[in-house]
Design a protein around this ligand. Structure first.
Ligand code: HEM
Length: 348
């Protein structure tokens, strides 16, 4: 195709404008608590209001936000790359990666972004909104036990590739050594791997994420729980099942694990250290959860957090802050997106 001189000029001009509006991403040390206190007064209250409203309608949305923080920050740092939809220029974004199965709460983040844009146009990044929202969700789901200040000032990135998400994020079939190596690549310790895995006290997973568990031997998964999972998975085509058996419905637990009914929770999706009790009892869904029991240091920390819920609340808060500081690759540029699902300029 032959482009006219005027069209070429226009394209070059747009590209130059994009380059000028893109700025270098912040380093972790440059993020600041209270970054928006003058730039966008009341921002954190606006985010919280929307998160609390969404959780009142459906507590499960909170789990989706906490997982989004992890899946955004582990891939190219916390840059909102996981929020980008596929586009003409980028047909295969992170969202398409198999490892990102079940990600949700995108609409909520877009709703919050629209409200924030009304208040302070062009000032607040989607990547910061995601961290604030995940923090508020974690706090609400733990009755305030998980809490932390969010250092802010992130920019939204331009790059989002499914293959990168698939390579960077851990898989539910991974063994402990692979998980440890994966977390070490991002400078996270074995202890932090164990702490962060505690997030699986909330939310859900699709049956395809734990198919292998359904045929693991009795020393790896409690047989009654394995039968419960098989039963749940037979009820449809790859249905989601709650991560925490304490959130399971009364009748199903009564049928497969009658001794456990008294431990069911009245309020589901409560973010606490129950994951560690479940793990020691071999009633967790993912192989990547159970495998933590097979490595000495990791097992020690599973015991430590099973014994001390308050310590876990504190250490989980600190580990989320550490996750939220993962930077974009050196030399990356960013922008403040107008909408979280699309870059401002198509040419990027
Ligand atoms: C250690 C490695 C990890 C692996 C292999 C892993 C894997 C998974 C998988 C397979 C699912 C279910 C997806 C589906 O089938 O729909 C899931 C759900 C979840 N994960 Fe992880 N995860 C890991 C660590 C983490 C971390 C570090 C966090 C957050 C700090 C986290 C938070 C969650 C939450 C909250 C859910 C439920 C999401 C929802 O209900 O929408 N996970 N994880």
């Amino acid at each position: 195709m032959k482009l006219s001189g005027a069209l070429v000029f226009a394209l070059v001009a747009v590209q130059a404008a994009v380059l000028l509006s893109a700025v270098p991403s912040a380093q972790a040390s440059e993020l600041q608590v209270g970054y928006y206190s003058k730039k966008c007064k009341g921002l954190e209250n606006v985010v919280k209001w929307h998160v609390v409203k969404a959780l009142k309608a459906n507590r499960r949305t909170g789990a989706a936000l906490v997982r989004l923080l992890f899946h955004d920050c582990f891939v190219r740092g916390c840059d909102g790359s996981v929020l980008l939809d596929k586009s003409y220029d980028n047909p295969n974004p992170e969202k398409n990666a198999p490892v990102n199965i079940g990600l949700a709460a995108f609409d909520l983040l877009e709703e919050i972004k629209a409200a924030v844009e009304d208040r302070c146009p062009g000032v607040v990044s989607c990547s910061d909104i995601l961290i604030f929202a995940a923090r508020d969700a974690a706090s609400a789901l733990s009755n305030g036990h998980v809490h932390f200040d969010v250092p802010a000032g992130r920019l939204d990135g331009f790059v989002s590739k499914a293959e990168e998400a698939q390579a960077e994020l851990p898989d539910s079939t991974d063994d402990v050594e692979k998980l440890i190596a994966n977390f070490a690549r991002k400078n996270f310790t074995v202890e932090e791997l164990v702490i962060l895995s505690g997030a699986h006290s909330i939310g859900q997973g699709h049956c395809s994420s734990f198919t292998g568990r359904l045929s693991e031997p009795a020393d790896q998964i409690t047989p009654a729980y394995r039968e419960l999972l098989k039963y749940k998975c037979s009820s449809g085509s790859n249905p989601p099942v709650v991560n925490n058996v304490r959130d399971e419905d009364y009748n199903t637990v009564g049928r497969f694990m009658p001794g456990f009914v008294s431990r069911l929770r009245k309020v589901p999706d409560f973010l606490d250290n129950s994951y560690y009790h479940n793990n020691l009892a071999k009633i967790v869904t993912f192989h990547s959860d159970w495998t933590l029991l097979t490595q000495k240091e990791a097992l020690g920390h599973v015991h430590e957090y099973a014994d001390n819920g308050t310590l876990w609340d504190e250490d989980f808060s600190d580990s989320l802050v550490k996750l939220s500081k993962l930077p974009m690759p050196a030399g990356s540029k960013g922008e403040i997106r107008k909408k979280c699902s699309i870059s401002n300029h198509r040419l990027y």
